[in-house]
Design a protein around this ligand. Sequence first.
Ligand code: 4AD
Ligand code: MG
Length: 467
Amino acid sequence: MSITRIKITNLLKRPEDIGIGNKVNVKGWVRTKRGNNSVAFIALNDGSIVQNIQIVVDLENFDLETMKLVTTGSCLSVTGTLVESQGQGQSVEIRADTIEVYGTANPEGYPLQKKGHSMEFLREIAHLRPRTNYFGCVLRLRHAMAFAIHTFFNDKGYFYLNTPIITGSDAEGAGAMFNVTTLDLQNVPKTPEGKVDYLQDFFGKPTNLTVSGQLEGELGALALGGIYTFGPTFRAENSNTPRHLAEFWMIEPEVAFHDNNDNMDLAEEFIKYLVQYALDNNKDDLDFLNTMIDKELIARLQFVTQNDFVRLTYTDAIDILLKSGKKFEFKVEWGVDLQSEHERYLVEEYFHKPVILVNYPKEIKAFYMKQNDDGKTVRAMDVLFPKIGEIIGGSEREADYDKLLNRVRELGIPEKDVWWYLETRQFGTAPHAGFGLGFERLMLFITGLSNIRDVIPFPRTPMNAEF
Ligand code: 4AD
Ligand code: MG
């Protein structure tokens, strides 16, 4: 009779479900094998939990040729008896009856022989790094956060809206877009004026990968009341920093009848919920990262859930920066876009708390933000976090048709690209607000890792799309 496989997490967390002395089957990848001529100890991991299960192999009952195939990285199915562990660190282990080798991993070639590889090296083997403890933790936490995001909004009655990945618009106006075309780049069709003849392209017009689902998200909010998007976004900005990816995931709630204060309340509640969810549900992964990566990780996560975020205006923030007496690489004056060094000064050195900045100069923000009466600022809000800088960007939206149209014209945005967006302000417009949380920026905060390439399975950055 074959014995049903059990996941190692279930075995370690609830061994009583199997019961000491009973037969059990586990399948997974060998992390280490040690021992002597009579007994071998195999640490097996199946990805369900950061811990390994120890397999004890009484060698006189096993074919030694088969046992030679059991090396670090090989994949096994092990059936045996669940016993109380003699060693430290875990309560149970398995005394093996049979071992089937599903896949060998030649020690000559397998790159994850030993522990302690650098993050840089692991990036070069992105196809295998999910098998390390670091990435196991990151990937389980990523899943948990995605799940918690859906739970949070579902509980609020907001609907998950799928916005298009291929669009004809540039929501952020930053111009850093990847074009989407089926035209033959070796032989591009031209108009009589010598321009690219997009009429011959797949969509009959220029299209690009979306930089944000917001504009379409607003259409949903103005019909369903509250929506959120959660999908990939693409930016061709050539910024090779530890906080930028060319392909990243964004969560964008958009809510009718919210003003910018409601928007900030939602953002703060949302992040606190996610952090608390990780603390409550992923203790093993966080303990591992706290020990291996950042001794202050858990304390920082707890701090965020327990303290109010500071809220202040952009103008007040500029005053604080000017009075700081600090030498910044980028000059501070009213009107400049804040750099991450400025944001981190405010959060890490001045307030020692997450900060929400509001009312930014309109020149440095997107066209859709609600204009303040001063004629200079817009009702933007950015949430700034320790070690990361901007984690959320959002705003109340301009709901007034004439003001929005004026801004579109001032900025020279082609009206033929945004006519449908403008129409929402002509038909049943409503006050509304929303924001975007960068999923990988959130993951940087949750894991304590310092490079965004290490919190997404397959990072896309300039000159890098191998895996
Ligand atoms: O501030 P951003 O550009 O805002 C928007 O896209 C709005 N449409 C959001 C909205 O109001 N619905 O981007 C939002 C967040 C940033 O705060 C940051 O966390 C993340 O997206 N982000 C990036 N993350 C990784 N790599 C990049 N290149 C990123 N650019 C932005
Ligand atoms: Mg922003």
